[in-house]
Design a protein around this ligand. Sequence first.
Ligand code: RIB
Ligand code: CA
Length: 318
Amino acid sequence: MNEFKKLPVLLDGDPGHDDAIAWMLAKASPLLDIRGITSVAGNQTIEKTTYNARRVAALLGIDAPIAMGRPGPLLSDPITAGNIHGQTGLDGPRLPEPAGELSPLGAVELMAKVLRESEEPVTIVSTGPQTNVAALLLAHPELKEKIARISLMGGGIATGNWTPAAEFNILVDPEAAQTVFQCGRPVIMAGLDVTLKALIFPEDFERIRSVGNQVAHVVAEWLEFFYIFHREIGYAGAPLHDPCAVAALIAPQLFESQELNVQVETAGEYCRGATICDNRGYGESIPNARCLTGVDREGFVDLLVEAVRRYDGWEAAV
Ligand code: RIB
Ligand code: CA
């Protein structure tokens, strides 16, 4: 009988409300085996995203090593998003204190260790700027084949959010993003084209809250926080960006996609951080990413509800 093998994953993010929900989805899935967590500077400073990563792991009962990422982007100055995620980077419900020690390794070295020690290639789920992933590729080219794929939230075929041209994760570190898109390993891009369709409304987070366990309550609170902010700036609902990068792995049937050639603009006064997505398919336009373009929103919400339900019987000390 073929023993079902879980997909080994590394989670790299800047929690961040939607990063935290993406990690909830990953931990709840019977298809994934979380081998390590690495924090990256993005939504808040590296110190805050690292503290948040450790608290989210404690809330979810993720028993995997956690390492701190680089203090900022490869070349440019940090950009943070306190206006969206709050001064802590994860404002809202009380969370547990970290459960274990932070790894003595830095993010790149923890990622390299996990890749080196894994029998099979490992999937990297990147839900923040791609700083650590790019640094891993640059520092350890000998491990590139041990990366099965990179499923990232970032970019946009036809739009930006932090600027008209650029999505936040890409804009924070365009050089890192370009390194990742050109690395030659399979890339799934969950860009704004799909995440702006993965909208969450009050009836959705009330469905999650009604599941009734501790994780359901916290996730509903995070969603409500995210919803209120996005309504104030004119969105119809809360765009659930980062969970799309996990859902693409565990429920690919929910998504539509296009194979495109993606280049990242690293210069430009108005377009730095833009993902230039080319569907011509000839000449230099060789596809290097599967770009998600559509999602079954109802099915996506059902996935979140089923995921929080899997935390019945689990309670973290807050
Ligand atoms: O543009 C959305 C992305 O920026 C998400 O990853 C969110 O967490 C922020 O990092
Ligand atoms: Ca994020």
